[in-house]
Design a protein around this ligand. Structure first.
Ligand SMILES: Nc1nc2c(ncn2[C@@H]2O[C@H](COP(=O)(O)OP(=O)(O)OP(=O)(O)O)[C@@H](O)[C@H]2O)c(=O)[nH]1
Ligand SMILES: [Mg+2]
Length: 326
């Protein structure tokens, strides 16, 4: 959904592009020199206007209206940059686009009443100057929107109406290893905390229907105000996406967080958000059994968990089919 946002040109690029196109315009057939120059300059102004406002209008159409986005995307965007600044930048682009249209109309009118080649050239020079300064004034906005675009493109394209399982837990508990085993996606797995920094997706066909799996960054058992943006991305996924949370417990001692810390985080997650939470013990190949659902991604032993996932997926589609009558 964020794939079709065009590249945002910088001010100088827009000026160069429009002037270059304008400079190619030559009118050969006019008996009077003034008429030839007048026609050329008129066409140049129209070309400059259409190249720049065409670009701006496309940006305004293709950049998302933040308020209408799903809350998951709204919160992720709000976490990364100032939403008011974003709106203001798009507003400035719109204002500039309108100004350029007005300016071009005024200058094309001026050309009609100019009598000499000198005065025609003077009008063109003045237009080029005013046009350039309008475009230069929004360079900061264009650079900022360029950064926003890069961020939008990195956002995961989550499907909101299929059964979804959100894998959560402390850092290093085996979340990415689990999504790899279930879906075959290939996130980075490593023996240090915060390996996963973004929300990642994987899919699996279950009884001919698609189920979605979300790998989230690890979260520490600490106050929300002390959490870093990596942890906050996980919190946004857990709170804003409808799904079942698979909360991973690591009793192996290989991640440096205690069982008490894991219980603290579990308590917060199960009490704060609306989603159902299932406890899953990981790394059963190197730890004693403490939970009723146990897995080992290392040994590809996830059957117990898959049974639960199959049931949940069936239930999801069963309820939906009843609702839609299919
Ligand atoms: N023995 C054993 N090791 C595992 C198992 N699952 C994961 N590991 C190891 O635990 C470490 C962390 O695994 P990850 O899958 O990266 O853990 P994570 O929860 O995604 O970590 P962050 O993204 O940093 O939060 C890696 O060294 C894995 O190889 C398992 O079932 N058994
Ligand atoms: Mg990970």
């Amino acid at each position: 959904m964020f794939e079709y946002i065009p590249t945002v040109l910088r001010s100088q690029e827009i000026i160069d592009k429009s002037f270059k196109k304008a400079s190619n315009i030559v009118e050969p057939y006019f008996p009077k020199k003034e008429d030839k120059i007048r026609k050329e300059i008129t066409d140049r102004i129209s070309t400059i206007e259409s190249i720049s406002t065409g670009h701006f209008d496309k940006l305004i159409r293709k950049f998302p209206t933040i308020e209408t986005l799903h809350p998951f995307y709204f919160d992720l965007i709000d976490l990364m940059f100032d939403v008011d600044k974003y709106k203001l930048s798009l507003g400035n682009i719109q204002w500039t686009s309108n100004k350029i249209k007005e300016l071009s109309t005024v200058y094309i009118k001026k050309l009609k009443s100019a009598k000499t080649v000198d005065s025609l050239n003077g009008i063109m020079k003045s237009y080029y100057g005013r046009y350039s300064s309008l475009i230069k004034n929004i360079n900061k906005d264009l650079l900022f929107l360029g950064e926003c675009r890069n961020y939008f493109k990195r956002l995961p394209g989550i499907i909101m109406d299929i059964p979804t399982f959100i894998i959560a837990g402390i850092p290093n508990s085996g979340k990415s290893s689990l999504i790899t085993i279930i879906t075959g996606t290939n996130p980075e797995v490593a023996d240090y905390p915060f390996t996963t920094k973004d929300v990642l997706l994987g899919y699996k066909i279950i009884n001919n229907r698609r189920a979605q799996f979300i790998d989230t960054p690890g979260i520490l058992d600490r106050d929300m105000s002390r959490r870093n943006p990596i942890e906050k991305r996980a919190i946004i996924a857990l709170s804003k996406i409808d799904g079942i949370i698979l909360f991973l417990f690591d009793y192996s001692g290989t991640s440096k967080y205690t069982v008490e810390e894991q219980e603290g985080l579990y308590k917060e997650i199960s009490e704060t958000f609306n989603n159902k939470v299932i406890r899953v013990q990981t790394k059963i190949d190197i730890s004693e059994k403490h939970e009723s659902v146990c897995i080992s991604s290392k040994n590809s032993d996830v059957n117990q968990l898959m049974d639960i996932i199959y049931k949940e997926v069936d239930e999801f589609y069963g309820i939906r089919n009843k609702e839609t009558g299919n």
